[in-house]
Design a protein around this ligand. Sequence first.
Ligand SMILES: [Mg+2]
Length: 268
Amino acid sequence: MVEWLRRQAPLIGDDCAVIPNGPADLLLKVDMLVENVHFRRAERSAADVGYRALARALSDMAAMGGTPKYALVALALAPWTTRRWVEGFYRGFLGLAKQHRVELAGGDLSHADQLVADVFLTGTAPRGKALRRHGARPGDTIYVSGPLGRRAWCFQPRLALGRRLRQDKAVTACMDISDGIALDLHRLMAASGVAAELHRVPLARGASEQRALHYGEDYELLFTRRIPFGKPPDGVIAVGKIVNGKRGSVTLRGETVPPVGYDHWKQL
Ligand SMILES: [Mg+2]
């Protein structure tokens, strides 16, 4: 179904939609956070839910090298939701928005059996310069922006790094890791029509390799870069290289890695 939809709507396929709009392209993102799918209310404060609802959308803006600008929030309140909870949600949301100069510009309110927070985010990138998924070529080096498998709930989206990568002419493709590196690298390779050989998976403290490969929600950037054009930014980690091979295939130390990560379809 997704492939069918992509044929009908060719702007679909990157972390944000890129809309030509004069000297700067417009970047559009929508991201939904659902109670009991993405969080349990007993485990997270309202402010933490509000923070993460925006952070996830900002991570996709970072993946495009974009500068975020305006956000709209549609909230479906659950029967348990109080005014105090909603205030807490917006405290967390607006705290992060302020850090990145994002202005809350409107939204919608409804109710449902479980709480849903849907964030719509706009941003910009210089015309034709947004980072995309389709540019990786054989010989490129694959990097991640940090260790994988366990990142903080209230993570800091990699916006500054994304903009830096967008200005680096050697960077060929980029996305963020939201569903595990195995699945997201497969997506990057499929979009670029190439294959990947991973040499290593850098692990966050306490994370296993399986978790780092197939667990989602690292929100680190995954990007490819031509060699030998200067040095990559400090702190990024080389994990492998792009090769000619079956479109979308990923190997780790010679073994095939299945494109398995968090999949909403499998949860139905
Ligand atoms: Mg993404």
